[in-house]
Design a protein around this ligand. Structure first.
Ligand code: F0G
Length: 450
């Protein structure tokens, strides 16, 4: 038999209860959270799709590896296992552990960027942009035009616009571009993959101009799966072979192990450059820790070493990408505007089309996210005008799927909640900002309905 139903490729060994609340309770809770879902206690959320970062379930193999953690300050055997696992996939000479992705970013940009520099990326994630800008450099997004239109389908909507990269280098000059970054998959642009062909072209441009290429590799395994499914010539390769081939095109990477590292905390920075690695390790020691643990416990290094390999398993990736697509297809079939095609780790609803009566200045994404919480206790996140202010090219609401956490009936419930909000969309009001921090304002902003 060739079964059509794609099942969760695991059974459940330990469960964590989730709590139902009433609509009246949620109204009070949302008001108390100043209409910012980041400020809600997690216990008051039924289905939490705020992020896929650090929220995954670990496997029995990871928990077993955790018991093997060597907590020695220097030269821990857990570091050796971590380094071997990272190098097996990523292939870079230096592996520097950090407590999460943004620490790797801060260190990388801290040693490579200065005021007046320009860093191109297909699309910077919020922390990546903030860490570039914190050094005084400018973060420039060079996504292909298709990537900016939610309704347009394209197999590799995360691709960088190679002509725009060439034009930028010609305009500002090679000396002002310390590195180019490629984010796989492109989180802010809808969890969309970058093709091997595009990475090859970007790598070619970088090599020709002598500019290092770094990957923001958070969801590299999902990206590899999309290449296997969609790109000519990759159908017979394993996700690991595809990932290895892609990383060979670059000079290093930043990584949040809270995504495709299948861990609850952790990250790393890789480079082939000896001098840079030395400078990076010096900064690491200043704020993260000694280079064989970098702000992580030995047991965290063990969990990541195992998790990185599990993220590349074909049965896992097949289920992962199919379950995200299942949610996207179900709501899109009822007319809900989403970024097409469904991404790897999340479905992104297009709030500007969902709520055409709410202008961007009134945060349609925040309004929609609040309504999903009121309707069904679902927590999502706005990726739009609140997060990026004037740099926002779209107003999206992201439903990010934690790894190996929710089952198909949770997703069926989600579909019901979203379709109910869709039915009543005309009654939803815009929002007004009442407090904002000077950077990364979405985390702490206060709002109120208009
Ligand atoms: N790069 C990308 C593409 C990301 O999605 C994230 C985090 C980071 C870097 C930073 O990693 O959180 O470990 O410091 N994204 C999470 C999210 C927070 O919800 O998408 P971190």
């Amino acid at each position: 038999m060739h079964a059509r139903t794609i099942i969760e490729p695991f059974r459940i060994k330990s469960v964590e209860p989730i709590r139902q609340t009433t609509r009246a309770q949620r109204e009070t809770l949302l008001r108390a959270a100043q209409y910012n879902l980041f400020l809600l206690p997690a216990d008051d959320v039924l289905i939490d799709l705020l992020t896929d970062s650090g929220t995954g379930a670990m496997s029995t193999h990871q928990w077993a590896a955790i018991m093997e953690g060597d907590e020695s300050y220097a030269g821990s055997r857990s570091f050796d296992r971590f380094q071997a696992s990272v190098q097996d996939i990523f292939g870079y000479k230096h592996v520097i552990p950090t407590h999460q992705g943004r620490a790797a970013e801060r260190i990388l940009f801290g040693v490579t960027c200065k005021k007046g520099d320009v860093v191109p990326n297909n699309t910077h994630f919020d922390t990546t942009r903030a860490n570039v800008e914190y050094t005084g450099a400018e973060a420039v997004d060079l996504l292909i035009p298709e990537g900016r239109h939610p309704e347009q389908s394209h197999p590799f909507k995360g691709n960088m616009d190679v002509a725009a990269l060439e034009a930028l280098i010609a305009r500002v000059g090679r000396e002002r571009i310390p590195l180019v970054m490629l984010t796989i998959t492109n989180n802010s642009g809808g969890g969309q993959p970058v093709s091997m062909e595009n990475a090859r072209q970007v790598s070619g441009v970088c090599r020709r101009h002598g500019i290092p290429l770094y990957f923001d590799a958070c969801r590299f395994a999902e990206n590899a799966w999309f290449i296997k499914q969609r790109e000519e010539g990759y159908g017979e390769k394993t996700p690991k072979e595809i990932a290895q081939e892609m990383f060979r095109l670059g000079d290093g990477c930043t990584m949040s192990a809270k995504k495709d590292g299948m861990a609850n905390i952790g990250g790393f920075l890789c480079t082939n450059d000896d001098l840079l690695a030395q400078q990076e390790k010096n900064l690491l020691i200043l704020t993260e820790g000694y280079p064989t643990y970098g702000g992580l416990a030995g047991r965290d290094l063990e969990a990541i070493a195992v998790g990185l390999q599990e993220a590349l398993a074909e049965d896992y990736l097949r289920y992962r990408i199919a379950s995200t697509a299942y949610l996207g297809k179900a709501i899109a079939a009822a007319g809900v505007p989403i970024v097409q095609p469904p991404g790897g780790h999340a479905i992104y609803m297009d709030a500007r089309s969902f709520l055409p009566h709410i202008p961007s200045s009134q945060f349609p994404g925040v309004a929609l996210a609040c309504e999903l919480y009121l309707e069904g206790g679902v927590r999502s996140v706005e990726i739009g005008t609140l997060m990026f202010a004037a740099a926002a090219q779209m107003d999206l609401v992201r439903l990010a799927m934690p790894r190996r956490v929710y089952t198909q009936s949770h997703v069926d419930y989600l579909v019901e909640v979203i379709l109910e909000v869709w039915k009543n969309r005309e009654a939803i009001h815009g929002m007004k900002l009442t407090y904002e921090a000077p950077f990364l304002r979405h985390f702490t902003a206060h709002l109120e309905p208009l």
